[in-house]
Design a protein around this ligand. Structure first.
Ligand SMILES: *Cc1c(COP(=O)(O)O)cnc(C)c1O
Length: 396
């Protein structure tokens, strides 16, 4: 078989592109994608070196700018998100940082959901604020609040849907309309769903953020991230900052993520299948006050979730009647489930958000995000669901 290049694969389905996109086979005829562990590249002559540096000739110069393994990952993820362009980053946080610094200047304004990853809140409130970039936080699901928070200086609307850890949803299409009416870009952190379950660009979003650390890897091995969007916004502005400031993805990590993408759809469906069983079991458990999972009929945005997503994801959060003490007791009673704040792993993980992922927020910020002391978050893995239930039942 010949090596189909990017344009050849345009007609293929999601799963096929997840397995094959972006691999430009070398003369060695390798079937699996090669890793290129090289910091720099050689030129055939001084003139060629000069042409590359001047940008007159395409090609590799240095791995802070481009690397073939990283490019394979970028082409593949771009295809899966339906994006023109993708740039890989050293972490999910550097993807968000590169997007903000690449696109914004002093005096610009962000409207952000208050229900976002704790460290993203710190980035906005502490570090972007220091550069004179202000953020207004609004309730994720309240479309009017987004509308009212927009000012003349607003450039970005930022959100995660479903949110972490309460699984609230934003109506992406509605917010995209509002953003575009005000000449703003809508940025969606698609970490929880991945393109296997939700494709925000098709709903009108402009930029996709990924923490590849989570489901894209899917096996808890590497830290990485990505930004997807148009060539102009992502390929120029975001990449321009990235290649200068340097938080780029390593070739080895890109290779691990490539292998993750190949099984992403299968794994996401398996996470969803386990999560719905667990959510339903928790919902009828006497020790549980409330369960947060978009797949439950009781979820206030269940209909939107069915409309906007092709699956409900692997994150199930719940409040215990006994409060923080009961939460810590439940966590400490587990024998199999991993006590860690990471998510998106084959291994089920359990965490107490108020004292871990959201521990650096002020009590007021936590309250605004709805993170109570009673809340426990499970990232449902791929073990037998009966074993997961049994491990939790012990501490409840
Ligand atoms: C983990 C996470 C991030 C940050 O990603 P890192 O790879 O840890 O830097 C951003 N957003 C969400 C939703 C996350 O879960």
């Amino acid at each position: 078989m010949s090596d189909p290049d990017k344009t050849d694969l345009d007609e293929y389905g999601f799963a096929t592109r997840a397995v094959r996109e972006g691999h430009h086979r070398t003369n060695e005829g390798e079937n699996s994608e090669p890793i290129f562990p090289t910091s720099s590249y050689v030129f055939s002559s001084a003139a060629e070196a000069a042409a590359r540096f001047a940008g007159e000739q395409a090609g590799n110069i240095y791995s802070r700018f481009t690397n073939p393994t990283v490019r394979t990952f970028e082409e593949r993820l771009a295809a899966m998100e339906g994006a023109e362009c993708c740039v890989a980053t050293a972490s999910g946080m550097s993807a968000i940082t590169a997007t903000c610094i690449g696109l914004l200047k002093t005096g610009d304004h962000i409207v952000s959901s208050s229900s976002i990853f704790g460290t993203t809140t710190v980035l906005f409130e502490r570090f972007l604020a220091k550069l004179g970039i202000e953020t207004t936080f609004v309730e994720l699901s309240d479309v009017n609040a987004w509308q009212h928070a927009i000012r003349a200086e607003t450039k970005l609307l930022f959100l995660e849907t479903p949110s972490n850890p309460l699984a609230e949803l934003a109506d992406i299409a509605a917010l995209a309309q509002i953003a575009h009416r005000h000449d703003c870009l809508l940025v969606v952190d698609n970490c929880f769903c991945t393109p296997a379950l939700q494709q925000p660009l098709a709903l009108g979003a402009d930029i996709i953020i990924h923490s590849a650390t989570k489901y894209l890897d899917g096996q808890g091995r590497c830290v990485g991230g990505a930004v997807c969007g148009t060539r102009e916004v992502v390929g120029d502005s975001v990449y321009g900052f990235l290649r200068t400031a340097g938080p780029t993805m390593s070739a080895f990590n890109a290779w691990v993520f490539l292998k993750g993408l190949e099984t992403l759809q299968l794994r996401m469906h398996a996470h969803c299948a386990n999560a719905i069983v667990l959510a339903q079991w928790l919902e009828q458990h006497a020790a549980v006050e409330r369960v947060y999972y978009p797949g439950l009929e009781s979820h206030p945005q269940h209909r939107l979730a069915k409309q906007q997503q092709t699956g409900f994801g692997g994150i199930v959060s719940f409040e215990l009647k006994g409060g923080k003490e009961a939460g810590w007791k439940l966590i400490d009673a587990t024998r199999m489930i991993s006590i860690t704040a990471n998510l998106g792993d084959t291994k089920t993980t359990i965490t107490h958000p108020a004292t871990t992922t959201h521990g650096r927020l002020t009590p007021e910020q936590r309250e605004a995000a709805g993170i109570s002391d009673r809340l426990v978050r499970i990232a449902v893995g791929l073990e037998d669901i009966e074993d997961i239930k049994a491990d939790l039942a012990r501490g409840m």
